[in-house]
Design a protein around this ligand. Structure first.
Ligand code: GUN
Length: 310
């Protein structure tokens, strides 16, 4: 009885109808917000934010990513510079170029697209980048500052995921978040961000990886699953609880007869069977991917505004 009225309770739990998280639409909105800020900087007599990208070799995925980074710069009014080297470039040449970019006052931020050829130490390259221009957030100073909640460049994919949770007002406080994957680029930083005392954040986080026993057990208990293993279709319906939020970070190229390029992007989630169980889910493509690029642009804007250390 409530206020003297009879209340009929259903024996079934009613779950929210599944909502697709539209990363493309959110990214478009953020791009227009950044473009507006650029206009204001220019109107106040400031200079255009300038992002440089170093691309080594001709890896198909890297070519595509770097091309969309350059295109996004054009769209939002940033200046961009693409620096290319062949696969056989020496580590010394690359490190010298990184140092030149560190010392070039015209460049606000820059990235070195990974992976690099085996004869070049990625760690050495990352550590040579001035952390104040490290808009990828890969330098140990940025990674460390992020881990303890200090101002820093947060790497783009984790920042994009958190922004999607924020813009869709998805409750994270007190939720159990299972992160699949422990890479330095996604798994570790997103786990760190979501456990922080913040909103989004305040999650209880479990990180699962290739050595975890019985991943299904952890996933079935998760309110939020972030799948970042790079294993196409890994997460199946029988691993997901009703009403879970599923964020798919996977972007593996798989052969496809239906596309001109001969491949399509497949996520870590078996979307068709998992989606009906979810309260929210990101598609691939069109989910996390577009957010990654706008997060990089946001970091570049921050670098141009000398928001870190300058
Ligand atoms: N390779 C895959 N993702 C990334 C990224 O976010 N930044 C760079 N520099 N390389 C990558």
């Amino acid at each position: 009885m409530v206020n003297g009225e009879q209340v009929h309770r259903s024996p079934f739990t009613i779950h929210k109808i599944m909502e697709l998280i539209d990363g493309k639409a959110v990214a478009a909105q953020i791009k227009s917000e950044i473009a507006e800020e650029v206009k204001q900087i220019l109107a106040a007599g400031g200079k255009r934010p300038h992002l440089a990208a170093i691309l080594v070799g001709h890896d198909g995925g890297s070519e595509t990513y770097v091309a969309s980074k350059v295109k996004t710069c054009d769209e939002i009014g940033f200046q961009s510079t693409l620096i290319r080297y062949e696969d056989d470039v020496t580590e010394e040449t690359l490190l010298n170029r990184v140092n030149e970019l560190n010392n070039d006052p015209g460049i606000d931020g820059f990235i070195v697209q990974l992976p690099l050829p085996k004869h070049i130490s990625e760690q050495k390259v990352i550590e040579t980048i001035d952390y104040r221009k490290d808009v990828d957030g890969f330098h140990p100073v940025n990674a460390g500052r992020m881990a303890i909640g200090l101002p820093c460049f947060v790497s783009a994919t984790p920042a994009g995921i958190v922004e999607l949770l924020r813009r869709y007002r998805i409750e994270t406080s007190g939720k159990h978040c299972v992160v699949l994957g422990r890479s330095n680029i996604v798994g570790k930083p997103v786990a760190s961000l979501l456990m922080q005392k913040s909103n989004p954040g305040d999650c209880t986080v479990t990180v699962c990886h290739s050595r975890t026993k019985d991943i299904r057990k952890y996933c079935l208990d998760a309110d939020i699953i972030i799948a970042a293993l790079g294993s196409p279709g890994f997460l199946k319906a029988d691993m997901v609880k009703e009403g879970a939020v599923v964020i798919d970070v996977g972007t593996t190229r798989v052969p496809s007869a239906q596309t001109k390029s001969g491949f399509k992007l497949k996520g870590d989630v078996e979307f068709d069977e998992v989606a009906p169980k979810c309260s929210y889910i990101t598609p691939v493509p069109g989910g996390v991917g577009p957010m990654t690029i706008v997060s990089l642009m946001k970091n570049t804007l921050l670098a141009a505004q000398k928001g870190l250390g300058g």
